[in-house]
Design a protein around this ligand. Structure first.
Ligand SMILES: Nc1ncnc2c1ncn2[C@@H]1O[C@H](COP(=O)(O)OP(=O)(O)OP(=O)(O)O)[C@@H](O)[C@H]1O
Ligand SMILES: [Mg+2]
Length: 794
């Protein structure tokens, strides 16, 4: 109905000059206007809407006459056209003060109530009701009670008005100014929204005091309702508030930021982050943290230092592979193919990997083993890890913890540090982009510890399947599940790995390669790779077998093949240059001679030939972290007073075994060199030296070599140059078993040794070395050092 006037003044029979004559004597009878859900009161002005045909006629007729009518409430508002029985017996006489005709045919009238009357009997029902009326005046008993009641009612009512929006404030004024208790009662009763029935009761009560009493009860009740209502209201409001408050604050913030000229940019940043959080599929605990940080970020100006910190943190959160993972390829035949394609031999390791795959296939959720590859450099530990990842179809990540002394390196710094970052574990996982990569931890044996905390304890947590599902990085400060990661550690040495860490890992040893194996590896893997890496084609270069042998024997001395690969690379590079410069046409054949030309002076010699030419030098075998090595023991004698000098940076155990060796030889001089005579030892000073003095050496296993060197010295017979030896010697000449035989035998082969003297009790260890790794050697088992001397001396 917007815009069109709802009311149209058609007739205004009462001009300003026409006063309402309310003092006119009451007639006997009056037309009766039934009211629905309304009770009018004396001395009040009531607007009424009149729609029924008979009522409109009534108003018409009344307006043409005295303008007086009787108004009375109907008992039942449902009743459309109530008869005399449907109406209450008490009503109010009114004078129609104004009448408006509404376009829809109904009318509005404004009626001034005058006095209360009793209605009945009815004398007409058509065309409208007409009833006889009789006045029903108030009974007023002036006194303090009436006054008190009046005040009470006034006060309560004004309290109510203050809290109820539908009551206009002028009413409060009016009520406060009325002095007549009867009028007061009527005015308040007419203003209240209470039931028709209750209003009617108030109207019918002639005793003013009783009426006010009743009214004050009603008011008290209403006040209570109003107060309760506003209490509920304020509760509801505060609930709504929380949501709205944030909204309003955000709006305000935005306004401030816009004012500062930083709004859009920052909002865009926040929105972008919000979206990324949404897409990152965070687990619940991480999601909570992200939301919390984001709402902090939103409130910070971009210039605040904290802003960047939070931003970086959120970026870490969304970039981590919380849910991303790769499907394992559990095809065992495929895995076998991949492993073979990348590595020669290493059967034990490959078998272990395939077993792992098989178990995973049968029991997908079994926690995988944590493998630790132990062996000298360049034997393929790292590249094997890569190959495992390839076989499984997993991502590969590698970190090195060698030299790490700070726990925070592993586990990150708390965010309160400037420039804090997650630790290396979490960083690697982010790079992996999946939460189940093959994760290689290199040089776990070289981890240190100092005042900054022990990184191995953090490592312990990472590698422990029973706690790594709740790994907590200091920076993230959230749990991250590492249990799907396949960890592989590598080490050169087992000894320096803390025992608790060793305990959690399954160690697999890779000892090193024989010359023969190296040749195979070179031919099948290293040469093709280097050819390709140097931009050559297989049709442009070919390595002859003797060339590879020369590279292995003359230019490298190592357990693994890293240097060998480097030397092959050098040769390839030089050939590549020839090809590029047009000097080499067709296929370049690299013979041993050509290789030597290209690489220059040989680096290594089969030294024992030269060294052991003179008496007093024996070839020992040592186990070192880089595999095994040959070790020369040199002994000389000069005139003196029977002292023993030992040099070459030997540890205490090794010095003692030198002492023991001398004592043994001295005790057996008669058999070894009867011509010397008893006094020789007290008239000579003996010096034992182990060259390569910069390298610390220790252990008892050089005992046999020392004894043999001394025996050679005093007997003047040189040691055979194709023999090396290892074993501990007791004072009585027993030979005790030693460790590291596999590495030692490989070292012996590298040094072109043909026969190795080993303790008899190590026979089992020798048998464990694969046949092809020891076939180039002859092992001589001895239980007494006298036998070793016999075998070794020429
Ligand atoms: N059995 C093998 N078959 C083929 N290639 C091999 C084999 N063993 C080692 N290699 C190659 O030798 C090189 C050196 O290996 P890798 O880097 O894995 O050594 P590593 O054992 O990790 O040494 P480090 O202890 O020094 O880290 C690699 O290029 C690797 O492919
Ligand atoms: Mg490595």
């Amino acid at each position: 109905m917007e815009g069109s006037p709802a009311l149209e003044v058609v007739e205004s029979p009462l001009g300003a000059e026409n006063e309402i004559r309310i003092d006119e004597p009451l007639p006997d009878a009056l037309p009766v206007l039934p009211l629905r859900e309304t009770v009018t009161f004396p001395e009040t002005l009531t607007p009424l809407a009149v729609g029924q045909e008979r009522s409109i006629k009534l108003v018409d007729d009344v307006l043409g006459a005295s303008r007086m009518l009787a108004m009375v409430a109907a008992r039942n508002p449902e009743n459309e056209e109530p008869g005399p029985d449907d109406l209450y017996g008490v009503g109010v006489v009114g004078v129609v003060a104004r009448m408006l005709k509404v376009p829809d045919g109904t009318i509005r009238i404004l009626v001034q109530g005058t006095q209360r009357v009793r209605l009945g009997p009815y004398i007409a029902e058509e065309p409208y009701l007409v009833a006889r009326i009789s006045e029903l005046p108030d009974v007023v008993e002036e006194g303090p009670e009436l006054q008190a009641l009046s005040r009470n009612v006034q006060r309560t009512f004004s309290e109510i008005v203050e809290q109820i929006p539908y009551l206009p404030e002028e009413l409060q004024m009016a009520v406060a100014n009325i002095e007549d208790p009867a009028a007061l009662g009527h005015l308040i009763a007419s203003a209240l929204r209470i039931s028709t029935d209750e209003k009617q009761q108030l109207l019918e009560e002639v005793d003013v005091a009783a009426r006010l009493r009743h009214l004050s009860q009603i008011l008290a009740r209403e006040l209570e309702v109003v107060q309760l209502g506003s209490q509920i209201q304020s509760q509801v409001e505060s609930e709504i508030d929380k949501g709205q408050r944030e909204f309003f604050l955000r709006q305000q913030l935005k306004a401030i930021q816009e004012e500062l000229g930083e709004g859009d940019e920052q909002q865009a940043e926040v929105n972008e982050l919000r979206q990324r959080i949404e897409e990152a599929n965070l687990p619940e605990h991480a999601r909570k943290a992200a939301d919390r940080e984001l709402s902090r970020l939103e409130k910070l100006p971009p210039a605040a230092a904290e802003h960047g910190v939070i931003r970086t943190y959120l970026e870490w959160l969304v970039e981590l592979p919380w849910a991303a993972h790769t499907e394992d390829n559990l095809d065992i035949a495929h895995a076998r193919k991949v492993l073979d394609a990348d590595h020669y031999d290493l059967e034990k390791v490959k078998d272990r990997i395939l077993e792992y795959l098989a178990v995973r296939k049968l029991k997908p959720d079994s926690p995988g083993p944590i493998l630790c590859f132990v062996g000298p450099p360049g034997v393929g530990k790292t590249s094997l890890g890569r190959s495992i990842a390839r076989a499984l179809g997993r991502e590969f990540e590698r970190i090195s913890v060698g030299g790490v002394r700070d726990e925070a390196e592993i586990r990150g710094h708390r965010r309160t540090y400037i420039g804090a970052m997650p630790g290396t574990i979490i960083r690697a996982l982010r790079d992996a982009g999946s939460h189940n990569p093959v994760f290689m931890i290199d040089e776990i044996d070289k981890m240190g510890a100092d005042f900054r905390g022990d990184p191995s304890s953090a490592m312990l947590e990472v590698l422990d399947p029973s706690q790594n599902d709740t790994f907590r990085d200091h920076y993230l400060d959230l749990e991250f599940d590492l249990s799907d990661v396949m960890f592989i550690a590598t080490a050169n040495l087992l000894d320096t790995i803390p025992a608790p860490l060793q305990d959690r890992m399954e160690t697999i040893e890779l000892a090193g390669y024989t010359q023969d194996e190296k040749k195979h590896i070179a031919r099948r893997y290293l040469v093709p790779r280097q050819i390709e890496e140097n931009g050559l084609k297989p049709s442009q270069i070919e390595f002859a077998d003797p060339a590879l042998a020369a590279l292995i024997e003359e230019y490298t001395r190592e357990a693994g093949v890293r240097n060998l690969e480097r030397q092959i690379g050098t040769v390839c590079r030089k050939v590549a240059r020839d090809v590029a410069e047009g000097r080499s046409k067709g296929k370049a054949r690299v013979s041993a001679k050509r290789a030597r030309e290209l690489l220059g002076r040989r680096r290594f010699y089969a030294e024992q030939r030269r060294r052991t030419k003179d008496p007093g030098v024996a070839t020992g075998l040592a186990w070192t972290p880089t595999g095994g090595d040959v070790l020369f023991i040199e002994a000389t004698a000069m005139p003196g007073s029977g002292n023993l000098t030992i040099t070459g940076q030997l540890g205490d155990v090794m010095k003692e075994s030198a002492q023991a060796a001398l004592s043994y030889v001295r005790g057996h001089w008669q058999k070894l060199a009867p011509e010397l005579g008893e006094k020789w030892f007290s008239e000579h000073e003996i010096h034992i030296h182990v060259p390569a003095g910069a390298v610390p050496k220790d252990g008892p296993s050089a005992g046999v070599a020392m004894t043999v060197a001394l025996a050679s010295l005093i007997s003047g017979r040189p040691v055979r140059n194709d023999v090396a030896m290892t074993g501990e010697v007791t004072l009585t000449g027993q030979v005790l078993p030693v460790g590291g035989l596999k590495e030692k035998s490989l070292a012996a082969q590298r040094a072109d040794i043909k026969r190795v003297i080993v303790p008899e009790r190590n026979e089992g260890d020798i048998a464990e070395i694969p046949e092809h790794e020891r076939s180039a050697l002859e092992f001589l088992y001895v239980d007494k050092v006298s036998k070793a001397i016999q075998e070794a001396l020429a």
